[in-house]
Ligand binder design. Sequence first.
Ligand SMILES: CC(C)(COP(=O)(O)OP(=O)(O)OC[C@H]1O[C@@H](n2cnc3c(N)ncnc32)[C@H](O)[C@@H]1OP(=O)(O)O)[C@@H](O)C(=O)NCCC(=O)NCCS
Length: 205
Amino acid sequence: MGWWKETIDIVKENDPAARTSLEVVLTYPGVKALAAHRISHFLWKHGFKLLARMNSQFWRFWTQIEIHPGAQIESGVFIDHGSGLVIGETAIVEKGAMLYHGVTLGGTGKDTGKRHPTVRRGALISAHSQVIGPIEIGEKAKVGAGAVVVADVPADVTVVGIPAKIVRVHGQKDEPAIHEEEEKREYYLDKLEQAREASHHSSGL
Ligand SMILES: CC(C)(COP(=O)(O)OP(=O)(O)OC[C@H]1O[C@@H](n2cnc3c(N)ncnc32)[C@H](O)[C@@H]1OP(=O)(O)O)[C@@H](O)C(=O)NCCC(=O)NCCS
């Protein structure tokens, strides 16, 4: 019952509209999608890949939430509303992360292996934000609604816009700290681009 309790508790903690545990189980599509994903992921890991994908697609029909069976999702994750949410095969979502409707944890189409984002503990991924590539959203970071995130986001910052830029560090509009964090992100983005180009050349593409 540990998983169910954690899943229900996080909904109650974060959504003032949630009244009872029964209501949460019966009326929250995110809870259903996450429970179904546990089965899909089990099947996927044990080699029943087609069955896993069929289960995932069945629940996509009922919840409008598409989670690839390969995705690693810890307990205590909150998906609110969820409609249109897509989570890719190599995504990782840690405990306490919150994801809203319209979010994509997707690939760029250019990467191989780990192609999808990692969302660390307690991060908030707001409605309709698109988080693209094998990037990391740091612990307790906030991604604003409608943002497009293409580079790592450090812990405990807020990013907004397209492409998403840091607007708060530790909740403060501290311009020097924001500038410093942004410079580091640009540096790592350049390095990532160089690594991608090098692997493209070495694979003869
Ligand atoms: C980003 C968000 C999480 C707020 O985080 P925060 O750290 O408290 O940031 P603030 O509200 O202080 O806003 C920081 C700045 O970003 C701007 N901003 C906030 N959200 C934004 C967004 N989605 N897009 C563009 N700019 C945004 C603010 O106007 C502010 O600008 P300023 O620096 O010029 O003052 C929140 O605004 C947001 O996007 N929430 C959406 C949550 C959601 O998906 N709800 C769906 C419920 S159904």
